[in-house]
Ligand binder design. Structure first.
Ligand code: TYC
Length: 102
């Protein structure tokens, strides 16, 4: 400010707080035993895919070994993985679902 003595005027920058969240890919893995229809059902139920999109992803995983179900923040991704793993176990299928940081 004006006058003598220590400065009292401090310029404060206001930064719009638009911090991007860390994102995580949720993936399903192929195996020899889980029925194709079960995988399609999982993709429809937990990842909101329509029948055509779910079938495409399932066939991609069947042929390539792994595939993306969706991209989510950490907590949502973790919840999806737990839901899929619990559902597969309940139906006694070995389907595996994992998450990885993007
Ligand atoms: N490979 C399985 C079969 O032939 C089908 C399958 C597809 C299983 C995708 C898991 O994530 C998977 N019945």
């Amino acid at each position: 400010g004006t006058g003598n003595g220590p400065s009292t005027s401090v310029i404060t920058k206001v930064k719009p707080k638009t911090k991007r969240p860390n994102l995580y890919r949720v993936l399903i893995l192929n195996d020899d035993y889980t029925p194709m229809e079960f995988v399609v059902h999982v993709l429809e139920r937990f990842f909101n895919k329509d029948a055509e999109a779910a079938t495409k992803i399932m066939l991609h995983v069947h042929h390539h070994g792994i595939g993306e179900c969706g991209v989510f923040t950490y907590e949502i991704a973790e919840t999806k993985v737990t839901q899929v793993m619990d559902f597969a176990r309940k139906h006694q299928h070995p389907l595996q679902c994992v998450m990885e940081k993007k």
